[in-house]
Design a protein around this ligand. Structure first.
Ligand code: GLN
Length: 198
């Protein structure tokens, strides 16, 4: 059973721990470097990326996380977690910094105030069955991906049609939406399998 941590600085930690446990992982919150050492993979939850960035410094987690990412540890970031994995952030706070895992440019709060929250079906490459019932909450989208980044999912229609909302680069996966809120465990299972294979 792979041991998977959920970065527990801020955000919807409990929901990810529950989803990972349901998907067959030994799941636990991770707040300190020693706790990070004990996991095989990490989830960065949704929440507020500016706060997570600040707390990563205060809790001295930035360097350990960047080192593990460089060492190949699988990481899945959802929403704010996607922002924390991006090499470039548009509409971010000047002092916010990600872990620079995935070669991509994301735009924070991209879907606009009139649709702070919305839901849409999104099919994910590598996940079988129905499209996800994707829940977006003040979500980012991806505006540019580097050559090594695989696009896993896009919005299919409406004003945000074709926007990239799921990506993968090596062992790093990110989605704009929150599968941990809908009881659909397929993405967490996908990530657990990725950790198992790594
Ligand atoms: N808007 C948040 C941010 O910029 C992300 C929202 C979320 O994670 N649901 O970090």
């Amino acid at each position: 059973t792979p041991t998977i941590g959920v970065l527990a600085l801020q955000g919807d930690v409990r929901e990810h721990v529950a989803a990972l446990a349901g998907a067959g992982a030994d799941a636990r919150p991770v707040r300190r470097p020693a706790e990070l050492d004990a996991v095989d993979g990490l989830v960065i939850p949704g929440g507020e990326s500016t706060t997570i960035s600040k707390l990563a410094d205060i809790f001295e987690m930035r360097e350990p996380i960047e080192k593990r990412i460089a060492g190949g540890m699988p990481v899945y970031g959802s929403c704010a977690g996607m922002i924390m994995l991006a090499t470039e952030v548009l509409d971010g706070r000047p002092d916010q910094r990600g872990f620079a895992g995935i070669e991509m440019t994301v735009r924070r709060n991209a879907f606009g105030r009139q649709v702070d929250s919305f839901e849409a079906p999104v099919a994910i490459t590598g996940v079988e069955g129905e499209p996800f019932h994707a829940v977006f909450i003040r979500a980012p989208w991806v505006e540019r991906v580097g050559a090594g980044v695989e696009v896993l999912g896009r919005v299919t229609d409406g004003p945000a049609a074709d926007r990239i909302v799921a990506v993968r680069q090596g062992n790093l996966v990110a989605t704009s939406f929150h599968p941990e809120l809908t009881g659909d465990l397929r993405l967490h299972r996908y990530f657990v399998e990725l950790v198992r294979a790594a």
